[in-house]
Design a protein around this ligand. Structure first.
Ligand code: DC
Length: 199
């Protein structure tokens, strides 16, 4: 049976950690779709061509987790032709035999509108900035908060596939949760949906 979990949310809400844990817990393949946009953003030249020719080496760059790559990703992600070039790959991944979890911004709304479970993982901008600052070790907290807010504005304000919860998404606010608590809640929600689906 192919079981698809869509996890969306703003930067540094905890999607990545939750998605990896969910993949391990339920034996699903995991795709961090933000990495695709980061790799496109960090490639030289026309971003549309970069998206159309994206290859495995582009995804292995060591600098893809940097703040610079996140910024670059958010900028190229507003280009509809970039999004279109990355769509098929993501849909094929989602349809894998054995199931998949994809995390990003538009998984539940555009890439996998029929996903078995949709989670929208969020947290306040201040909490997310503090987390990003702690893990990146770049810039100052005030700068990171400004970047988080700018990124939110760009990701939610773009015309094509803006960041928003799907109507049938379960909202998980991690502002006052530890990583372990957030993972446990996500796994409980997913297990309930999966059990209902096989019944
Ligand atoms: O999740 P992340 O921080 O790695 O994402 C970086 C940027 O990529 C994000 O600001 C917007 C873009 N993105 C997107 O538009 N759609 C996705 N499915 C994933 C990421």
């Amino acid at each position: 049976m192919s079981f698809c979990v869509a996890i969306d949310g703003p930067a540094a809400a905890g999607k990545g950690t939750i998605s990896r844990a969910v993949a391990a817990q339920f034996g699903l393949a995991h795709l961090d779709t933000g990495l695709l946009y980061r790799a496109v953003g960090m490639k030289d030249g026309d971003p549309v061509v970069a998206a159309q020719t994206l290859c495995t080496e582009d995804l292995a760059r060591p600098d893809l987790r940097s703040l610079t790559a996140g910024e670059a990703a958010s900028r190229v992600a507003v280009i509809p032709e970039v999004r279109a070039a990355l769509l098929e790959f993501q849909r094929r991944f989602a349809a894998r035999e054995g199931g998949a979890v994809l995390d990003g911004r538009d998984i539940g709304t555009v890439i996998c509108p029929d996903a078995d479970v949709k989670l929208f993982v969020t947290a306040s901008a201040e909490v997310r900035a503090a987390r990003r600052f702690a893990e990146a070790g770049e810039g100052s907290l005030a700068e990171v908060l400004e970047q988080v807010r700018a990124r939110d504005a760009r990701d939610t304000g773009r015309a094509d596939a803006p960041l928003r919860p799907a109507e049938d998404a379960l909202i998980l606010d991690t502002s006052s949760l530890s990583i372990d608590e957030a993972v446990t809640r996500a796994c409980t929600l997913i297990a309930a949906r999966r059990d209902a689906a096989v019944r």
